[in-house]
Ligand binder design. Structure first.
Ligand SMILES: Cc1cc2nc3c(=O)[nH]c(=O)nc-3n(C[C@H](O)[C@H](O)[C@H](O)COP(=O)(O)O)c2cc1C
Length: 183
């Protein structure tokens, strides 16, 4: 949907992250006017930082990007049966910014792992963590990409027909949610 602004958050910071590749694929299939991957490489949340130097500029920048976006997609790896500390830390920091950038925001969650279950537990944990912020979270389909390396080619393009179908359905739902909010 060429008119929409999309922001993506990836719970893995490594350069070759498969979740980052999946995030780019979801964005490509959504086809927005603009897509930025938000920087969530924040310091660990510490109330002394908040009460001292204050909320870091990069946290505020991301909160502003989310507030300004038409939709947000999050991709999470699974670390020890949960979402990454990086992702949780980002949500905690963002929750300390003025207002609530997530409120009524169309949001989709995806996940990827080399295991068979596609980071299912991290995926459902991330959904639960988002709920208090009251986004318009797309309920289904749940894109949990297992054995992710076999689903991406050397350019990071999704090659698995079923995964492409699910991502297409997910982006259709996300688009519908954006239009519903704009109506
Ligand atoms: C600390 C740690 C814990 C992990 N725990 C799990 C896990 O519980 N389940 C799982 O499927 N993969 C687990 N993995 C493997 C990750 O799914 C794998 O590293 C994945 O590629 C990370 O995502 P990325 O490619 O986006 O960086 C773990 C990896 C690390 C580093």
């Amino acid at each position: 949907m060429a008119e929409f602004k999309l922001v993506g958050l990836c719970g893995s910071l490594r350069k070759a992250s498969t979740n980052l590749m999946l995030l780019h694929e979801v964005a490509r299939i959504f086809d927005p006017e603009s897509f930025v991957v938000g920087d969530i490489d924040f310091p660990l949340y510490n109330e002394d930082i908040e009460n001292g130097p204050g909320i870091p500029d990069k946290v505020q920048r991301l909160a502003d990007q989310i507030a300004d976006a038409d939709a947000v997609i999050l991709s999470t790896p699974e670390y020890n049966k949960g979402t990454s500390g990086v992702m949780k830390n980002a949500l905690d920091w963002i929750s300390r910014t003025e207002g609530n950038c997530w409120k009524d925001k169309p949001v989709a969650v995806v996940s990827a792992s080399p295991g068979a279950q596609g980071a299912a537990r991290a995926h459902s944990m991330l959904r639960t963590l988002l709920l208090p912020f009251r986004p318009r979270l797309v309920a289904a389909p749940e894109v949990m990409a297992g054995q992710i390396k076999s689903q991406l080619d050397e350019n990071g393009t999704l090659t698995n027909d079923m995964a492409i179908k699910l991502v297409t359905e997910l982006t259709d739902e996300l688009r519908r949610e954006v239009r519903r909010m704009a109506a």
